[in-house]
Design a protein around this ligand. Structure first.
Ligand SMILES: Cc1cc2nc3c(=O)[nH]c(=O)nc-3n(C[C@H](O)[C@H](O)[C@H](O)COP(=O)(O)OP(=O)(O)OC[C@H]3O[C@@H](n4cnc5c(N)ncnc54)[C@H](O)[C@@H]3O)c2cc1C
Length: 315
């Protein structure tokens, strides 16, 4: 009862601190439906700006109020802990959907951070433009693809980036950053400081529309065969160690089908953990611990997480 009252007081305090913003804010919103794992507790405040003006106003208010801010895209590479995320979670999926060729340049595509990655891949392929097909079959948003430098083992989104628009979490407006000011690494992109990407310009190459279509079809079939399909998950959980495949190490360690609560090591691809129904973040985290310990024992290797983990455990 007491903790319920404390939570209500905190929530109403936060409502006051974020009152009058143009941007939609949902207080105490469960984040599980905002992630592909379908797991996770509430955000104190889930902020859903529709455009850059709303975003800039939101960041300025959170900064002035000393509220912690974090960013969520399509939640396809994120596990939110069961206690949820404190402060404001900024999510661009309610807007930032512009997708088109930059006027006067037939090879430059601009995509808002809230655009779904498959929509970008389709847009480019339909026009016979190459450069983002490494994102085929990758769920999530363009903002998340940039932040994660998503792609295959060999090709990354960052290779095609010309520039990025972003807003610093430390306040200020939205600026354009040339790709040369971003350091792209394996499954990550370092911006000059923490910020929110609002759109990305991709410099593509003229290719063959027919060949691209065939590649995407083949790739989709390959994914359906080799990865869990249609079940809640968050893609690869661990990074591939140099010269190795995390999935192979886990499979050889005999972990396919290993379960903790509602979380299971996929029987199709061992580097995927799936939510078989009712999994909690605590289940997933415990299973991650089991996999790491067993792989260390079997192969003498420490697996590093590719998955982003956000928020707090339940008290
Ligand atoms: C079935 C499945 C298959 C997958 N296959 C692949 C694959 O082949 N290759 C691959 O690379 N990934 C793969 N993934 C992982 C995931 O799809 C990618 O990492 C994707 O880029 C995540 O995008 P998102 O918008 O969902 O990011 P989120 O999970 O929401 O966020 C990921 C990180 O990006 C940050 N972020 C998100 N949006 C922004 C923004 N606008 N500004 C600043 N930071 C931001 C977040 O803070 C977080 O740190 C797969 C996932 C699934 C579920």
């Amino acid at each position: 009862m007491r903790s319920c009252l404390v939570e209500e007081e905190m929530a109403s305090g936060l409502e006051g601190r974020l009152a009058g913003l143009a941007c939609e804010v949902r207080f105490g919103e469960r984040l599980a439906p905002y992630t592909t794992f379908q797991v996770g507790g509430p955000a104190d405040a889930l902020a859903l700006p529709k455009d850059e003006a709303e975003l800039v106003e939101l960041i300025a208010r959170c900064w002035a109020e000393g509220l912690p801010m974090s960013v969520l895209g399509g939640g396809a590479n994120t596990l939110v802990r069961d206690g949820g995320i404190r402060g404001a979670v900024i999510c661009l999926v309610n807007g930032f959907r512009e997708l088109g060729l930059v006027e006067g340049d037939a090879l430059l595509v601009e995509a808002g951070a809230g655009v779904k990655i498959p929509a970008l891949v389709r847009f480019a392929a339909e026009r016979g433009l190459e450069g983002v097909e490494c994102l085929a079959g990758v769920p999530g948003t363009v903002g998340g693809a940039l932040a994660m430098n998503a792609g295959t083992a060999e090709r990354y989104a960052g290779e095609a980036v010309e520039s990025v628009r972003w807003a610093r979490l430390a306040g200020g407006g939205v600026e354009t950053l040339p790709a040369s000011r971003i350091t792209f690494v394996y499954r990550g992109a370092r911006l000059p400081e923490p910020g929110v990407v609002t759109s990305v310009r991709f410099r593509l190459r003229k290719g063959d529309a027919e060949a691209l279509r065939a590649y995407l079809k083949e790739h989709a079939a390959m994914r359906r065969e080799r990865q869990p399909w249609g079940v809640p998950c968050a893609g690869s959980i661990f990074r591939n160690p140099p010269g190795e495949r995390a999935g192979r190490l886990i499979e050889v360690a005999g972990l396919k089908g290993r379960r903790v609560g509602g979380a299971e090591v996929s029987r199709v691809h061992a580097n995927f953990l799936v939510n078989c129904g009712g999994a909690t973040a605590a289940d997933v985290l415990e299973l991650i611990g089991v996999v790491r310990a067993r792989v260390r024992e079997a192969h003498g290797l420490d697996l590093e997480l590719e998955l982003k983990i956000a928020g707090e455990d339940l008290p």
